[in-house]
Write a protein that binds this ligand. Structure first.
Ligand SMILES: [Fe+2]
Length: 238
């Protein structure tokens, strides 16, 4: 379970279902976090559980350690007794970013956004605009009817959405569509990222995501999420 769901941006959680066996896999579940009160809740996760219960699905449960298995690029893994998925390494937004490909569906998370939003920032630790361009190019080299399911959506003037085909991205993706050169993309992405402030939930999210969704160990009877402080003037600390 990852941390963070903010109110301004749709954060997608997906349930993959094998309709023959009713086995299901939850992809990218999130916790809800309120910064001001420091409250963590399971509003989004409860919606998933309700769906699983209503549809009488069996979610394979093998969550023992933080990371149960480590997968290499192109490695396959089983989603149900009959269906396998494939991991695709899509670095750029973060260095360890991955997509999951199941048939013609690819769950891309922040490797690409809906065509009118284009791409995610590449200035997080280990992020890289050149890598991101290569990852987007890799996705857009797939057959045109493949479907890219995104992790976020925050449009102005239209409904939140979650999927566009490779063909639509090829012609319409605002940042990385066909015709965009690597240097154009890098130049645009770096300039844009320089003026974007840090996301509001970056610090708490990092501390939970790096533990694969587990919270830091409690101390003094409470769980603490820390906020590193940058001193712009060293005299502040005197
Ligand atoms: Fe992200």
């Amino acid at each position: 379970m990852r941390l963070l769901r903010s109110s301004t941006c749709a954060v997608r959680q997906y349930i993959f279902v094998d309709l023959d066996t009713r086995e299901a896999d939850v992809i990218d579940p999130v916790l809800d976090y309120k910064t001001a009160s420091g409250t963590l809740s399971t509003i989004a996760a409860d919606i998933l559980l309700k769906f699983v219960k209503e549809k009488e699905l069996n979610v394979p449960m093998d969550f023992v350690k933080s990371f149960d298995i480590f997968l290499k690029d192109e490695e396959e893994f089983s989603l149900s007794s009959n269906i396998t998925g494939k991991v695709i390494h899509l670095p750029g937004h973060t260095p360890d970013h991955t997509g999951y490909m199941v048939g013609k569906a690819i769950f891309t998370w922040d490797s690409i956004f809906m065509p009118d939003l284009g791409s995610a920032r590449a200035d997080f630790p280990g992020g890289d605009a050149k890598d991101l361009f290569a990852s987007i190019t890799r996705l857009l080299s797939l057959p045109q009817d493949y479907q890219l399911f995104v992790g976020h959506d925050y449009p102005v003037g239209r409904q939140h959405d979650c999927m566009a085909t490779v063909g639509v991205h090829q012609t319409k993706n605002k940042h990385g569509g066909f015709g965009t050169t690597e240097s154009q993309f890098i130049q645009f992405r770096e300039a844009r990222d320089k003026v974007s402030g840090a996301p509001r939930l970056l610090q708490p999210s990092l501390q939970v995501n790096i533990r694969a969704g587990k919270l830091p160990p409690a101390s003094n009877g409470r769980v603490w999420l820390k906020t590193p402080t940058k001193l712009t003037n060293p005299n502040i600390a005197l």
